[in-house]
Design a protein around this ligand. Structure first.
Ligand code: PRE
Length: 636
């Protein structure tokens, strides 16, 4: 059951209540972050409703109707996000776990780990204890395999996921691995589940070959009941009558689970299909259906693999799949998990940032909580970096320049409305660096007070880019006056605070929820393919890691063919230009600065001769930043 507590109850009082309940033999669980003050109780039947209601601070009792309690959505409304090193599984992120079925040798594991890391995997998988259908099949390298996995982590930085098959191996697992996996065949091995619960490490719990979703969640409950909330569910196909695939991938389990539980859900299309060609289509479908991540088997020589070769992707196939996922994820409001902050933090540490005056790193974004910029900041940085809003774009640049914030995040262009010119001008004015980018799907909604109807609305508040993106809706409602404000979240906050029923705002569903407003019309943007590209700005440039894109700014003389001469340098050096934008030079009428995005790392010393060529043909030239754009992972 759930005890609803008085919102003003102090933590001290709550702790007192928790000890009273624990003394009475109740298991007490405090779900974090729900915004409400509640306690989850798995109690003794002998305790009456009156007993609970008599406790100080208890306002109500809500029974949990499902057999599983701790893992149920009723217990916790928010999605659970599980942190493994710098990687977060759940929430807005897509995590990609990749590696061979089994660790076969140091050389094999290390080769595959380097490949999958290069193509975007964030966790490494590999079996050391293999439960096989036949006792004569390869059973894994056991402790030797675990040692190899630990070495892979040392060398690549990828955290390790491996299967535990017996409680006897708990100490070994504890010593070597980051995430333990309970395989399909052991899903109802209750002693193993309890052991995993006691170990406290994150657990990937695979669905049994013939288990119902409810049985699966009951198994998760075993782990949670031991005090371990870090459970990731993994659908890997169930046994049906269909022989064309090894198992039948139950993708409908994703939306079912999303309703029933707060736990993250992964899909393993490798075991589900058992056939290499079928893996990528099902992986793409899984992300579109709302999965929080994928577990993919990859082998550099699958024909020689000791297990599961036919279902293992070649590294390049895996790379192509990750590129597809990178594109699909924003459509469903997610981003690929990427070790952004790990590398950004490591790089900025190296660059000599001192954080002595702060708890941690900070990113500044436009407007107010609930803006798209806020969402972009949390999708890019996860919870590693705290975020705070600033009222204008200039303030964001000022905050980064002064060192008040380590990072700024700014929208730079939108797929419907075009470039955000103010930010181009500010990039030139402030000598900051672009260090990363992210593309966010922007879904606009008309937001108003709960009892307001469309015909009541006299004016709508939003930033100009949002008006541009909702042109058709505004044209269809010409009587509604438009009132520009700095950001969508601020618009929603303003109408909530003013209490004016005739005012509406354009913004995200999240903003409506934060300010307890109603979504009157959903998806009012002109086209569903509405994406805004954000860039991250920092004081220092990126010096580490993949840099596959550069943004530059330059001006040319006012001679025939001057711009052509610069373009020729890119063409002759096989540098792909992905964007060209011109902006008037302030104070010099009819003269222009050109902003270009190039698919190349212009900070690489190998590009020095190209830079010299460009400089010969320009009057002004600056690299705004060379960074990893994510989508263009190396494809040799
Ligand atoms: O208003 C917001 O929510 C913002 O984050 C700003 C902003 C922008 O100015 O482009 C960002 C994304 C959308 O394109 C609309 C508005």
């Amino acid at each position: 059951m759930i005890l609803v507590l008085d919102k003003s109850m102090t933590q001290v009082k709550k702790n007192q209540l928790k000890s009273i309940l624990a003394e009475k033999g109740c298991m007490v669980h405090e779900p974090g972050g729900s915004g409400q003050n509640i306690l989850g109780i798995i109690g003794k039947n002998s305790l009456t409703k009156e007993f609970f209601m008599a406790q100080d601070g208890v306002l109500d009792i809500v029974p949990i109707s499902t057999a599983y309690k701790l893992v149920s959505r009723q217990m916790k409304k928010e999605d659970t996000v599980i942190r493994i090193g710098n990687v977060e599984v759940g929430g807005d992120r897509i995590a990609i776990i990749a590696g061979p079925c089994a660790v076969e040798s140091r050389e094999q594991a290390m080769t595959i780990a380097k490949e999958v890391k290069k193509y975007g995997a964030t966790l490494f998988r590999g079996g050391a204890f293999k439960p096989r259908s036949s006792p004569y099949s390869f059973q894994g390298l056991e402790e030797e395999g675990l040692k190899i996995l630990a070495e892979v982590r040392e060398v690549t930085g990828l955290r390790i996921v491996t299967e535990i098959t017996s409680p006897m191996h708990a100490d070994l697992m504890f010593k070597y691995v980051d995430v333990i996996q309970i395989g399909a065949r052991n899903m109802q091995n209750f002693e193993l589940l309890k052991c995993a619960g006691r170990m406290g490490k994150p657990v990937v719990l695979k669905r049994g070959l013939a288990s119902t979703i409810e049985e699966w969640l009951m198994s998760a409950e075993y782990i949670a009941a031991e005090g371990n909330p870090n459970i990731i569910l993994c659908e890997r196909g169930i046994r049906t009558f269909e022989p064309y695939t090894r198992n039948t991938l139950d993708l409908s389990a994703i939306p079912v689970l999303k309703q029933l539980t707060h736990l993250p859900v992964l899909i393993d299309p490798s075991h589900a299909t058992g056939i290499r060609e079928k893996v990528s289509p099902m992986a793409r479908a899984a992300v579109a259906a709302g999965a929080d991540g994928l577990m993919i088997e990859v082998h550099h020589k699958p024909e020689e693999a000791l297990s599961d070769g036919p279902q293992s992707l070649y590294p390049k196939q895996f790379g192509r799949l990750v590129r597809d996922i990178y594109v699909i994820a924003p459509v469903v409001g997610k981003q690929l998990t990427h070790d952004y902050t790990g590398s950004a933090a490591a790089a900025s540490h190296q660059r000599g940032y001192t954080q002595s005056n702060k708890e941690g790193k900070q990113v500044v974004y436009l407007g107010e909580v609930g803006t798209f910029s806020h969402k972009a900041a949390s999708q890019y940085f996860g919870s590693d970096v705290t975020s705070y809003p600033a009222p204008t774009f200039r303030d964001i640049f000022e905050n980064v320049k002064s060192g008040a914030a380590d990072f700024g995040i700014i929208p730079i262009e939108n797929s419907l409305a075009g470039s955000i010119h103010e930010n181009y001008d500010l990039l030139l004015e402030y000598e900051l660096n672009i260090t990363g980018e992210l593309s966010l799907r922007v879904i606009h909604n008309l937001i108003a007070h709960p009892d307001t109807k469309l015909e009541d609305i006299k004016q709508v508040l939003a930033p100009p880019p949002a008006f541009q993106q909702c042109r058709r809706f505004l044209d269809a409602n010409p009587d509604i006056k438009i009132v520009p404000v700095n950001a969508t979240g601020s618009a929603v906050k303003r109408i909530a605070e003013s209490g004016i029923r005739e005012d509406a705002a354009i913004g995200s569903i999240e903003a409506a929820e934060i300010f307890s407003m109603n979504v009157l019309e959903e998806t009012i943007e002109d086209n569903p393919r509405n994406f805004t590209r954000f860039v991250v700005i920092e004081k220092k440039p990126v010096t580490e890691g993949v840099k596959n894109k550069s943004s530059i700014v330059f001006s040319t003389s006012n001679n025939p063919g001057a711009l052509f001469e610069v373009m020729k340098v890119f063409s002759e050096n096989q540098i792909n230009l992905v964007k060209l934008e011109s902006r008037p030079i302030h104070g010099k009428p009819w003269q222009y600065m050109f902003y270009a995005d190039l698919e190349a790392d212009m900070s690489d010393p190998e590009k020095n001769s190209v830079l010299e060529e460009i400089q010969k043909n320009t009057e002004f030239f600056r690299i705004l930043g060379s960074y990893n754009c994510g989508s263009d992972r190396q494809m040799e």
